[in-house]
Design a binder for this molecule. Structure first.
Ligand SMILES: [Zn+2]
Length: 311
C-alpha cells in the first residue's frame, strides 16, 4: 500500500479509536504490528496497526545516533512491539519521551517507558489533568462522553514545564513549547530545528476539522491563534507532523489555518446575524464540507467554535 493511502487509513481508523484507553485489550485487535514511515533523517512515524486497522495515536521517534526521543507513548501493551521496532532500526535507547497532551492515546505507555528509565516530559497542566479523573465530551465522536480515571503515579510525567524547555539528543536541540490554549489547555508542541521538523500533537488534523477538548482548556480561537503564531516563524521547507495524520508541509498547515480562521469568523458573523444553529451548519457546509470527518462533522465543528466563543 502506498504511503499516502496507508496514512489516510491511519486517519480514518483513528476516528473512534483515538481515545479509548486500553483499547488494545478491550477491542482485542488481532495481528498487531508496527508500520514505520521514515520522514527524514533520524525521524520516524511508528503507527501501531492491526487487522482491524490502526490502533490509537502514532508515535514519533527522533534519533541522532547519540540518543533517541519519543513523541507520545501509545499504550503500555505496545511498548515491547515499539521497542522491537526501534531495535530493528538500530536506534540507541530512548532516554526521553514527550507527551503532547493528556488524552490517553498519547500517554498510556508512560509507565512502561518510565520503567526502562525514560524521562517523560509534559506541560504542567497535562500532568495535573492526568493526576485526577477527567471527563470530556465529543472527543470520540459527536455526542460521546469520555471518562478517564486518574493515572497512577508511575504513569505520570516526571518533568514538566510552563512555557518552554530545550532538550538535547546528543548535540541536537529539541525545543518543546506550550502554544497557549488550543487542542487542550496543556499542549506541548515540538520543534527540531536541525531536521526542520515540527510536531503539533493534536493541534493539527491534516485535511479535517480539528477535535478540540473544550472541557479541559481547549478553544478553537486559541487554536487558530497558536497556529498563526507558529506559521510566522516556521521555515518554508519544514516538515509538519501530528498525532494522527501523515507527514505534511507548511503549505498544508497554511490551508488548515485558513480554514480554521475563516470558519471561526463565519460562525461568529452568522451568530451575530441571528442565524439558527441549523442555518449556520448549512452556511458552513456550502464552503467547507470537504473538511468534515466522522469524528468532527460540520455540526460538531460549529458546536466547538460556539463553545470557544462563549468563553
Ligand atoms: Zn487529543
Amino acid at each position: 500500500m502506498s504511503r499516502s493511502a496507508r496514512s489516510l487509513m491511519i486517519i480514518a481508523a483513528s476516528w473512534g479509536l483515538a481515545l479509548a484507553p486500553g483499547s488494545l485489550l478491550a477491542q482485542r485487535p488481532t495481528n498487531i504490528h508496527v508500520v514505520t514511515d521514515s520522514v527524514t533523517a533520524g525521524v520516524y512515524l511508528l503507527g501501531v496497526t492491526s487487522d482491524q486497522g490502526p490502533v490509537l495515536a502514532q508515535v514519533t521517534v527522533f534519533s541522532t545516533g547519540a540518543g533517541a526521543l519519543l513523541i507520545d507513548t501509545h499504550a503500555g501493551q505496545a511498548a515491547p512491539l515499539l521497542q522491537a521496532t526501534l531495535d530493528g532500526l538500530g536506534l540507541p535507547p530512548i532516554t526521553t519521551a514527550i507527551n503532547t497532551h493528556w488524552h490517553p492515546d498519547h500517554n498510556n505507555g508512560n509507565a512502561a517507558w518510565r520503567a526502562k528509565g525514560v524521562t517523560v516530559v509534559a506541560h504542567e497542566n497535562t500532568r495535573a489533568l492526568l493526576a485526577h479523573p477527567q471527563v470530556a465530551t465529543g472527543l470520540t465522536g459527536p455526542g460521546t462522553e469520555f471518562r478517564a480515571p486518574a493515572v497512577a503515579p508511575e504513569g505520570l510525567p516526571d518533568l514538566t514545564f510552563s512555557d518552554s524547555l530545550s532538550l538535547y539528543v546528543g548535540e541536537e536541540m529539541v525545543r518543546v513549547f506550550h502554544p497557549g490554549p488550543s487542542h487542550t489547555g496543556g499542549d506541548a508542541v515540538v520543534w527540531i530545528p536541525s531536521r526542520g521538523v515540527l510536531h503539533l500533537g493534536d493541534l493539527y488534523w491534516p485535511g479535517s476539522f480539528p477535535s478540540i477538548d473544550t472541557h479541559n482548556g481547549g478553544t478553537a480561537v486559541g487554536l487558530a491563534h497558536a497556529i498563526g503564531e507558529i506559521l510566522k516563524w516556521l521555515p518554508e521547507d519544514a516538515t509538519v507532523l501530528s498525532g494522527h495524520g501523515p507527514s505534511t508541509d507548511k503549505k498544508a498547515l497554511e490551508l488548515y489555518h485558513d480554514m480554521i480562521t475563516e470558519t471561526v469568523d463565519g460562525v461568529l458573523e452568522m451568530s451575530q446575524a441571528g442565524k439558527t444553529d441549523a442555518q449556520i451548519v448549512e452556511g458552513l457546509d456550502s464552503d467547507w464540507s470537504t473538511w468534515a470527518s466522522p469524528l468532527v462533522p460540520t455540526a460538531q465543528w460549529v458546536k466547538l467554535i460556539r463553545a470557544s466563543q462563549q468563553k
